[in-house]
Write a protein that binds this ligand. Sequence first.
Ligand code: MN
Length: 490
Amino acid sequence: MGRKFYFVAGSQDLYGDRCLADVAEHAKTVVAELNRSGRLPFEVEWHPNLLTTAGIMAFFDAANADDECMGTILWMHTFSPAKNWIFGLQHNRKPILHLHTQFNEAIPFATIDMDFMNENQSAHGDREFGHIMTRMNIPRTVVVGHWKDPEVQGKIASWMRVAIGIVESRKIRVCRIADNMRSVAVTEGDKVEAQIKFGWEVDAWPVDAAFEYVRAVSQGDVKALTDEYYATYRILLEGRDPEEFRRHVEVQAAIELGLERFLMDRNYHAIVTHFGDLGGLKQLPGLAIQRLMAKGYGFGAEGDWKTAAMVRLMKVMTDNSNTSFFEDYTYHLVPGEEGILQAHMLEVCPSVAEGDVSIKVRPLSMGEREDPARLVFTAKSGHAVATSLIDLGPRFRLIINDVVCKQVKEPMPKLPVATAFWTPEPDLKIGAEAWILAGGAHHTSFSYDLTADQMEAWGDAMGIEVVRIDKDTTIRNLKHEMRWNAASYR
Ligand code: MN
């Protein structure tokens, strides 16, 4: 399916046909140049000027009905009386970017007259348009500046990823294999409210319904996929017998194929597992889940369906790049080097890996199954966001933390799992205190390719509370913000 964005200029019929022809021509030029810029991840499609209530209604009806349309980019080139937009905006279901731009960059001082000013009055018209959307409480993104400005184009590109998250969120279906881990609070939540707010369908299946698919995988298919593993990843036997090692890897190949077929047959895009409820599975799905994440599936461990859906969402927003499930595990508290070692029992997505990805087979202290095969690697350095969606009872809260991923100074040869090491902004002490005060989970959905602004814009569109922890965070302000939010979101 192609993805595209509708672009339209709003106006009215006060200024004559010649002016409207210019408006249409200008909008076409902007669209052509945006598409040529190479900065936008998706195509922009020009639509004829909008002047009337009926025309505006028809435009939004078309956008709503077009599965390829991920959002609309709206620009009031002249003045467009905003009452004309009310009905259309009331029916609109697609994300809105309000592009507050102007065709000419400079005022033509020597020649400017009233005709020119009436034709190029977005400073005026876009204020009228912004007013009605604020009055109607419509979430949207406003981008200000000349349309040729690389920064403006970059913001449009960034918003396109948000828009895809808003539209595609409604299509996410999570398959729960077993229930949440017993007695754990933060992975719980209101699945009905999640469907109302985010569009997520979250269903449970008995583990052995999925295991039947694993058992049905042919030996030929298992061999072919295991051969692919051996060709793709380094094999770290670490003293194990090569044939015994391969038999363990084959178990994960069968699980990958079986689970994937199970999910595809039922149109699921995310999965949760639980180490305490594995039915007939011989190993906790490790390598298998890592491979499914690499293919774009969301994942949450111990039944954590909220994180599974968030990982899927962020993979859709990034075209499945540089995005994973993680868990805060252990601290490095040495002054000047502070950070959190991130890992999980097994399940980290290799899309975040830097350097070699290897297979190890090692015992697992939790669960009563044979030693699982898993992919082991180190995550990249660089800026990223870690997010946690929590259910506070009366409302959801999305916590977004800017983090800086680093390489640890020494190798960790005895740790048989994939890891990342990051320092939360503004620093470990304030960042972790803020995260804990905000109620953030130990599981996160994490991406190098998304920004806190993008995740906040998604949260705004869902109508949920968003708490950001970044270089500007102070504990005092955070406490105030959460107190105000408690009054605002109920
Ligand atoms: Mn966990």
